[in-house]
Design a protein around this ligand. Sequence first.
Ligand code: FE2
Ligand code: FE2
Length: 213
Amino acid sequence: MTHLLAPTPEYFIELYSRHGHVAYAGEPVVHLAHAWQCGQLALYAEASPHLQLACWLHDLGHLLGQSGDTPTLAGHNDQHEQVGADLIESLWGPLVAEPVRLHVQAKRYLVKRNPHYLDRLSDDSRRSLALQGGAMSDAECAAFECSPHHKPALLLRVWDEQAKQAGWFARSANAALAQLRLVMSQVPLLSPPRPAMGTEMGSDRVVSVTHLP
Ligand SMILES: [Fe+2]
Ligand SMILES: [Fe+2]
């Protein structure tokens, strides 16, 4: 799949329409269910719309590969947080993008600061942690705390780990995507999206999903 240098919100909807049914390898959820659960946890916690949207989209970088599968099983760090954050930033700016960009660093921070946090990580999160550099050093923790976005990133990270629950999902994939559209509508765009030209994902058509409950 190619991806846009200047995506539209509908691009993200279509990304999850096409690839949301793919299993998040090593976890008992598919990608859309993981995104939906993370978004729901942020909603229940009355997070800002910006942070809710960040929770929804935090792992979209995984979906930009053909398989949508997690690469950790192959020992590969796909740097999905950077890929996703760069696309998100062009649309909604740093309040959405930076928690996404920092959600991997937040895991490294929490493992350093809380000795019990590692015990709560899933097998896939532990695999990726090793690939991502393991626990932060004290100097890295201090630098992380200097980011104005580190607190929302930590919240996102906690919900991220909780958003891997088998059997918890919206009534349908299309209902989940409607919720994602609603959250997107609550976060102002930095500028009107440009028309998408010459890319696979350039259509406004949203592919309906039949693979999900
Ligand atoms: Fe992630
Ligand atoms: Fe995640």
